[in-house]
Design a protein around this ligand. Structure first.
Ligand code: 5GP
Ligand code: MG
Ligand code: MG
Length: 183
C-alpha cells in the first residue's frame, strides 16, 4: 500500500517548528486580547488541526466556531466568489473574532470571508493563518498573525490535503510530483 509519507518530497515545516510557533502566536493573540473571550472561527476543513492546537496554547478563554466555504470556478485557482456551506452558530456582533485559516494563497477566499464577517459588526476582526504564500497574492488582504511564510509550492499535512490525502501528517510537506499523476 502506498504510504503517504513516501509521497512527501521535503518537510517544509517540522512538527517542532509548528509547536514552537503556535505558542508564540497564542501569546501574540493574548497580548491583543488580554481579557480573553475571543471567538476563533476555523475555516473547514484545512484549519481544524491548527485551530485545535492554537486553542490549547491559549491561557485566556476562547470559544470556537467553524465555517465551511467553497470557491466557485473551474480553475485550480480560487475565484473570490465564495459559497457559504456552513455559517456561524454564534452572533459575532461586538465580539472579538479571529478567523483561523490553514493557508493564504491568492487571498481571494479570505478576502470574501473577511468582508462577509465584517458586515456583522464584530468589535475586532483579525486573521490568523498557519501558512502564507505572499508571492501568490491577488486580493488585498493581510493576516494579523502568520505562522510561516512559504514559497510557491503545493503543500500538505497538518490539516492541509491533496484530494483529502495528507491531513493527518504532523508536519507540512511538499508533495512529490508523481503523486499528482497517480491520484
Ligand atoms: P486562496 O483563496 O487564498 O487562493 O486559497 C485558499 C485555499 O486554497 C486554502 O484555504 C486551501 O484550502 C487551498 N490551498 C492553497 N494553497 C494550498 C496548498 O499549497 N496546499 C493545500 N493543500 N491547499 C492549498
Ligand atoms: Mg482553507
Ligand atoms: Mg483542500
Amino acid at each position: 500500500m502506498l504510504n503517504v509519507k513516501d509521497m512527501i518530497k521535503d518537510v517544509l515545516v517540522s512538527e517542532e517548528q509548528i509547536k514552537k510557533r503556535i505558542k508564540e502566536i497564542a501569546l501574540d493573540i493574548e497580548r491583543d486580547f488580554p481579557d480573553g473571550d475571543v471567538i476563533f472561527i476555523g475555516v473547514l476543513k484545512g484549519s481544524v488541526i491548527f485551530v485545535s492546537d492554537l486553542m490549547r496554547a491559549m491561557n485566556v478563554n476562547v470559544t470556537m466556531d467553524f465555517m465551511a466555504v467553497s470557491s466557485y470556478g473551474m480553475s485550480s485557482e480560487s475565484s473570490g466568489i465564495v459559497r457559504i456551506l456552513k455559517d456561524l452558530d454564534f452572533d459575532i456582533e461586538n465580539r472579538d473574532v479571529v478567523i483561523v485559516e490553514d493557508i493564504i494563497d491568492t487571498g481571494n477566499t479570505l478576502k470574501y470571508l473577511y468582508e462577509y464577517l465584517r458586515a456583522r459588526n464584530p468589535r475586532n476582526l483579525k486573521i490568523c493563518c498557519l501558512l502564507d504564500k505572499p508571492e501568490r497574492r491577488k486580493a488585498d488582504i493581510k493576516a494579523d498573525y502568520v505562522g510561516f511564510s512559504i514559497p510557491d509550492e503545493f503543500v500538505v499535512g497538518y490539516g492541509l490535503d491533496y484530494a483529502e490525502i495528507g491531513r493527518h501528517l504532523p508536519y507540512v510537506g511538499v508533495l512529490k510530483e508523481e503523486v499528482y499523476k497517480k491520484v
